[in-house]
Design a protein around this ligand. Structure first.
Ligand code: HEM
Length: 535
């Protein structure tokens, strides 16, 4: 009997081990090889991958040799004190190199995941023509990787679920609703500028404006999203930032099978932070829901207290005959609040920070914007109604979003086969990496002055800045999945910049090193120290 039992358990263990080995082989070689052959049959080629790492090894080597060349004092090296806008080969050296060999559309591999690289707006136009918003997917590898940040929020969900969330959330971002948030922006910016004034008065004129503005934008988005009190806001903000840093440290091998086991400490830390953040947001949302329903612990509360706050969460909770926020569960609202935070604060802050760098480099544009502010705002406190009058500021914003797009790429996944043109079909499951920085710095699209800071290119063509192709300027993405927060961003950008320019002038600090780098967003690798002076 014992021998029989032993044989049965031995056989099941062997079967289990064989099954596991087969799964590994299938995941690491068979499935990727099948996808690789299918892509080649469809005329989509690129650098040769080495499974299971794909092209990650080559990418890391290119980055290393590029950084060594950039830091070497030999002839031809890059002077980091000079603000050159020719940054594509600096931010994505491997894409710049592969473009030379394979053109503006090719396939590369992150681990066992194929990515279709696209920097050709005409190809993008043809590809996107027949795909509606809810038919786009998001790369599964990033969904897993960024789950603690975005959960099942709008950035990550797909299909009917995405259509439902987008439909519920869109009205909250209407210009009329956003107007109520300008007060948060003025309040937090005043606090930041008072701090700058103290520093300057005490003789400390060098300020890392990137750090300062990221903190302020975090505070603004926390207030605009969930309207929480300063202390709660700070707590959620710090936890969300810690999580972002933890996740960034552990995402070097995205797409490589079992990569989640490579950084167990960071993964556990992110999970722990994720749970704490979710618990705090859940309690905030539950309180707000109870307040909205007019009941706390079964007791009716006075109607004067049930008026929802005019922040995004309040707008999503507003009862509109059962059509709006009531249809999002607390869990879904938690994920959307996290999504607004991560999708909204760093991108907006970086747009402002890169603008300050460019204005520091072009004092004549500081003056032009100050003149405009004097005419449009005068001595009054800036508010949302004045912003459309700040036209030149709009050109500057677009030019900065072109040269230093805080979202340097757009990521999508084909949920079904997509026919681009005769002979080229993108197979279902293929991920897409649309290289926004590549297109924004392409002389074929922008002409010989592509690397110059020339906001006036948006004077004559305020939507596309004279780009030769309408899909060549994509700071907020494209189609039905385009950024939902762009109006909020524009409002914050203009309010914060108006307030800074009205109180201070600035120039580039001798300690600034120009190194735009990819850290989820496009950031200055060594901060952004400017010399700040009272006007
Ligand atoms: C300079 C500032 C910003 C930039 C450059 C930016 C850029 C982008 C880009 C490129 C996308 C992807 C679009 C696509 O797939 O086609 C996106 C999506 C999104 N953004 Fe923004 N964004 C900014 C500010 C904001 C703000 C302030 C918020 C909200 C508070 C926000 C919330 C979102 C959300 C929720 C999505 C997902 C939309 C969807 O898939 O339906 N963004 N953004």
């Amino acid at each position: 009997m014992e021998i029989v039992l032993f044989k049965v358990s031995l056989t099941s263990s062997i079967v289990l081990i064989l099954f596991f080995v087969w799964k590994v082989i299938e995941r690491c070689w068979v499935a990727p090889l099948g996808a690789y052959r299918k892509l080649r049959r469809n005329g989509l080629n690129g650098p040769t991958p080495m499974f299971p790492l794909g092209n990650i090894g080559e990418m890391q080597k290119t980055v290393m040799s590029f950084s060594q060349a950039a830091s070497s004092p030999s002839k031809g090296s890059r002077d980091q004190s000079v603000v050159t806008h020719d940054i594509h080969s600096f931010v994505f050296p491997f894409f710049a190199q592969w473009q030379k060999l394979h053109g503006k559309v090719f396939v590369y591999w992150l681990g066992v995941e194929p990515f279709l690289y696209i920097a050709d707006p005409e190809f993008l136009k043809q590809m996107a023509a027949g795909v509606v918003g809810k038919s786009w997917g998001k790369p599964t590898v990033f969904k897993n990787d960024r789950e603690p940040m975005f959960g099942n929020g709008l950035v990550m969900i797909e299909g009917d679920e995405w259509a439902h969330h987008r439909h519920v959330i869109t009205p909250a971002f209407s210009p009329a609703n956003l107007k109520a948030m300008s007060g948060f922006m003025v309040e937090s910016t005043t606090k930041m500028l008072d701090r700058w004034a103290e520093l300057v008065n005490s003789g400390e004129c060098e300020i890392d404006v990137e750090r300062e503005i990221i903190v302020t934008a975090g505070e603004i988005i926390a207030k605009s999203s969930f309207g929480i009190s300063h202390e709660d806001g700070k707590k959620v903000f710090n936890m969300l930032r810690d999580m972002q840093i933890t996740l960034f440290k552990s995402n070097r091998f995205v797409g490589v099978p079992f990569n989640q086991f490579m950084f167990p400490k960071q993964a556990a830390e992110a999970r722990k932070l994720g749970k704490e953040i979710d618990a705090l947001l859940t309690s905030i949302i539950t309180d707000r829901k109870n307040t909205a329903s007019g009941e706390i612990d079964g007791k009716t509360i006075p109607t004067t207290c049930t008026n929802q706050q005019r922040d995004l969460l309040g707008l999503l909770l507003e009862d509109d005959g059962g059509r709006l926020g009531k249809t999002l569960s607390t869990r879904e609202l938690v994920d959307e609040c996290k999504t607004f935070f991560f999708g909204g604060h760093e991108t907006t802050a970086l747009a402002i920070a890169w603008t300050l760098l460019n204005l520091a480099d072009h004092p004549e544009w500081q003056e032009k914007l100050r003149d405009e502010i004097r005419q449009v705002v005068g001595d009054r406190e800036v508010d949302a109604t004045m912003l459309p009058g700040l036209k030149k500021m709009g050109w500057v914003m677009n030019e900065v979003l072109r040269l230093y797009s805080p979202a340097p790429n757009v990521q999508r996944q084909a949920r079904e086969d997509i026919r681009v043109h005769d002979g080229v079909v993108i197979p279902s499951g293929t991920n897409m990496w649309i290289d926004v920085v590549g297109m924004h710095h392409d002389p074929d699209l922008w002409g010989a002055d592509v690397f110059e800071f020339r906001p006036e290119r948006f004077r004559d063509d305020h939507l596309y800045g004279g780009c030769k192709h309408k899909m060549g300027f994509l700071p907020f993405g494209f189609g039905g999945r385009m950024c939902i927060g762009r109006n909020l961003m524009m409002m914050e950008y203009k309010i914060v910049l108006t307030m800074i320019l009205s109180r201070f002038s600035f120039s580039i600090s001798p300690n600034y090193q120009h190194s735009p780098s990819l850290m989820l967003s496009l950031r200055p690798a060594h901060g952004l120290p400017l010399m700040v002076h009272h006007l």
